[in-house]
Design a protein around this ligand. Structure first.
Ligand SMILES: Cc1cc2nc3c(=O)[nH]c(=O)nc-3n(C[C@H](O)[C@H](O)[C@H](O)COP(=O)(O)OP(=O)(O)OC[C@H]3O[C@@H](n4cnc5c(N)ncnc54)[C@H](O)[C@@H]3O)c2cc1C
Length: 444
């Protein structure tokens, strides 16, 4: 059996590695457009700020390590076309410019997604970046640590944008965060991000919410961002307004895709064409609460699981993807936030009946020094009281608690069941009623 993998980072190398571990005799050929495999993209903001100093630590496994496992790795090789009828992939060697045709028994498409850059005038000016991969991280890091870069504008207040604001504050820049919506982290309900916005402002960031970027100005290098409201000094700009799946090499094929280009896959990561699998940021994912396979949630958590499962399925181990909850966490300077399952916004958009309960509870026993408030919002089903989603914001101990809620949502636990789980108690860590239990027991 010969397997071609297009794209060699989280999903791709999880699949390739698993196939080889399950079946030594399988021939696995990876084509990766870039020069690095299997690195921690999620660590890039911390690499930019120099919290992570050593570039090598960003790389989980090198090409040579994969090669020694028997995987044929081809860096700087871009898949430019797939011809499913002939089971062919046309690949361009980006170093030599030559093209080659390779054939597969099974094809794994794990080509990820690229940052969207709207057609704003001036976006080609110097010192305007996106942050999608390690090379982008290198470029931003190099530019940002230059002493003549005093002010930075981050466009887009999603996870990557907010993490970058923290990174630029960390290295002493004046930071302006510009966001079209009237809140940061639009994946959260608005009432959950107020304290995070205050934290960013307190740390020195200027937040411009509800503003639309129109163009960039500068001569050779950017020096201003112009919005529909005002203009802001910026010696460096990062555009972080979303991503688009890298699947244009499928144009002209019958592989079913969403409007944004994501390959539609079922719970076995099978595409609409036999023997073509896909996962990670270039594919859809099964959402456990929305019960649909066409969700697009580009997260490393999903990519790693989907990739590993593709490896199992291709080698004959039947597994079904259990579903994502979109669980995500973020550090926002001295604060933390996290979410799992559906938000109130998502319940409304999807017409799901719900009840929302918001509580503030302390992160450890109130009598132990320095208790800190955790804001928790639970979304439950009004009839069954099943927990459908949770969001949390606070300081120490906030984000990691989301995993308890994720388990409750995943298993279909009701709020009363969650409220009486035997959580541990010790003053430095939790109260005798932990914040999670307090929130669950508030659901009537
Ligand atoms: C700054 C940042 C922070 C993040 N933080 C988090 C986080 O905290 N938690 C979390 O869960 N997720 C996070 N993510 C998202 C996470 O990194 C991605 O979901 C994950 O990397 C997706 O893995 P993937 O394998 O699908 O795609 P990618 O990692 O994008 O890999 C795809 C690879 O395919 C290659 N490729 C593309 N087209 C072709 C082609 N035609 N031929 C050959 N190769 C091709 C690309 O060069 C790329 O190397 C973050 C992402 C970024 C950028």
């Amino acid at each position: 059996m010969k397997v071609i993998v297009i794209g060699g980072v989280a999903a791709g190398m999880s699949a390739a590695g698993k196939i080889k571990r399950n079946r030594l005799d399988a021939e696995v050929v990876v084509y990766e457009k870039g020069g690095t495999l299997s690195y921690g993209a999620c660590g890039l903001p911390y690499y930019v700020s120099n919290v992570i100093k050593d570039r090598d630590r960003m790389i989980a496994r090198t090409a040579d390590e994969f090669r020694s496992q028997g995987i044929s790795v081809n860096l700087y090789h871009e898949a430019v076309k797939v011809i499913p009828e002939r089971r062919e992939v046309i690949v361009k060697n980006l170093k030599t410019g030559e093209t080659l045709i390779d054939t597969y028994d099974k094809l794994v498409i794990t080509s990820g997604a690229s940052a969207v850059v709207p057609p704003w005038e001036g976006s080609g000016l110097g010192n305007i970046f996106v942050l999608s991969n390690l090379e982008d991280g290198d470029a931003i890091k190099q530019a940002a640590h230059h002493s003549d870069v005093k002010s930075v504008a981050v466009i887009g207040a999603g996870f990557i944008g907010v993490e970058l604001v923290e990174a630029f504050l960390e290295i002493g820049k004046q930071v302006t965060l510009i966001e079209l919506q009237n809140q940061i982290l639009p994946g959260f309900d608005k009432d959950m991000v107020q304290s995070l916005q205050e934290e960013l402002a307190q740390q020195g960031a200027v937040l411009k919410l509800g503003e639309k970027v129109e163009r960039f100005e500068g001569s050779g290098r950017v020096n201003r961002v112009i919005t529909n409201v005002n203009s802001y000094a910026a010696d460096l700009v990062v555009i972080a307004v979303g991503v688009r799946p890298n699947t244009s090499f499928l144009d002209g094929t019958d592989v079913a895709r969403l409007k944004n280009g994501a390959v539609v896959v079922d719970r076995s990561m099978r595409s609409s064409i036999p023997d073509i699998f896909s996962g990670g940021d270039c594919a859809t994912v099964y959402h456990r609460i929305l019960v649909r396979t066409d969700s697009y949630i580009p997260l490393g958590t999903n990519a790693n699981k989907q990739g590993r499962m593709i490896g199992d399925i291709i080698t004959g181990i039947p597994v079904d993807y259990q579903g994502t909850l979109g669980t995500a966490m973020i550090k926002v300077c001295g604060m933390e936030a996290a979410k799992t399952g559906i938000t109130e916004k998502e319940a409304v958009i999807n017409g799901i009946p719900y009840k929302a309960v918001t509580v503030t509870a302390e992160n450890h026993a109130a009598y132990y020094p320095d208790p800190e408030p955790l804001l928790i919002k639970l979304i439950t089903s009004p009839d069954s009281k099943k927990v459908l989603g949770a969001q949390i914001a606070g300081r120490s101990g906030a984000a990691i608690r989301i995993d308890i809620f994720a388990m409750a949502v995943h298993t279909g636990m009701t709020a009363p069941e969650l409220g009486y789980v035997d959580f541990g108690y010790s003053p430095p860590f939790a109260g005798v009623w932990d914040a999670v239990g307090i929130a669950a027991n508030r659901v009537k």
